[in-house]
Design a protein around this ligand. Structure first.
Ligand code: RET
Length: 281
């Protein structure tokens, strides 16, 4: 008489407890953040130095552009030192061949300090470009508000629950806001720049085209990194680092050096810029 039946096996648990998964930056990512912090500080010092050689009346681009790199330096200091980082939580379903599906929690770092940076710096970059083109105040306002909407809805998308309208809905809204910006620059910006004169028209086409190419890569990186997680956190940091250096210090140096040698780029805000509002027309 057999003491135990050969078919009796331990029961298969219906829920296999699985450990949470963390997607964090490593030393590589952290070091990259510190490097960009230093680049932004150096750019801020150089741009400040450049403005000393020009009269206050011609310093508008210098002031705007230096503020951009100062804000970026602050944001990179925050991220490099471990501030401005949250976690996006996703429940991942794991399917297995012979046992029931299981689930585990995934926590991926979201560097929300970037969005604080972008909320302040991308409107300033657009102010540089629209002033260069000579766009009217109404169109400048539309461009800047569309830009703030783009960045904030992009932030909501980053923390949005996966597979719900929270994620793709906010992302789609951000993309529409971005298209408004593109339209403003390509249509109103170019028309205004051409009216200002040949040299400014050509320069605006070049630096505006450069800007649109760089800016368009941001939502693509976002989709690959934050959207589908096909890029790890280090790779995401490096991709944004390269883009940020092109979009801020390189863009800024190009604008300021060209401005100094091309008087047609001057912005005339009446007496407001150099003397304040005097009430004397
Ligand atoms: C997000 C995600 C949602 C969709 C879109 C985006 C666009 C971001 C852009 C950022 C530009 C940043 C710059 C930083 C300066 O250094 C928010 C990534 C459209 C265009 C120029």
């Amino acid at each position: 008489v057999p003491v135990s039946s050969p078919t009796s096996v331990a029961p298969v648990p219906t829920v296999v407890p699985s450990l949470p998964e963390y997607q964090d930056a490593t030393d590589t990512g952290e070091r990259t953040l510190w490097v960009v912090f230093v680049v932004m500080v150096v750019a801020s010092i150089v741009f400040t130095g450049l403005s000393w050689n020009v009269p206050v009346s011609k310093r508008l681009y210098h002031v705007i552009t230096t503020l951009i790199t100062i804000i970026a330096a602050l944001s990179y200091f925050a991220m490099a030192s471990g501030h401005g980082i949250g976690y996006h939580h996703v429940v991942i379903r794991d399917s297995h061949k012979h046992v029931p599906d299981t689930e585990h929690d995934l926590y991926r770092q979201v560097y929300w300090a970037r969005y604080v940076d972008w909320t302040l710096t991308t409107p300033l970059l657009l102010l540089d470009l629209t002033l260069l083109a000579g766009v009217n105040g109404g169109n400048i306002l539309i461009t800047i508000i569309a830009d703030i909407i783009m960045v904030l809805t992009g932030l909501f998308a980053a923390f949005g629950t996966e597979g719900t309208p929270q994620k793709w809905g906010w992302y789609a809204i951000a993309c529409i806001a971005y298209l408004v910006i593109v339209w403003q620059l390509v249509y109103h910006g170019r028309a205004a720049a051409v009216t200002k004169g040949g040299k400014v028209g050509n320069f605006f086409a070049a630096i505006g085209g450069f800007t649109l190419i760089i800016w368009t890569i941001y939502p693509i990186i976002w989709g690959i990194a934050d959207g589908s997680r096909h890029m790890n956190v280090d790779e995401e940091i490096i991709a944004y680092a390269v883009l940020d250096i092109l979009a801020k210090p390189i863009f800024g140096a190009w604008l300021l050096f060209t401005h100094v040698s091309m008087p047609e780029t001057n912005v005339d805000l009446g007496g407001f810029w150099s003397h304040g509002i005097t009430g004397e027309g």
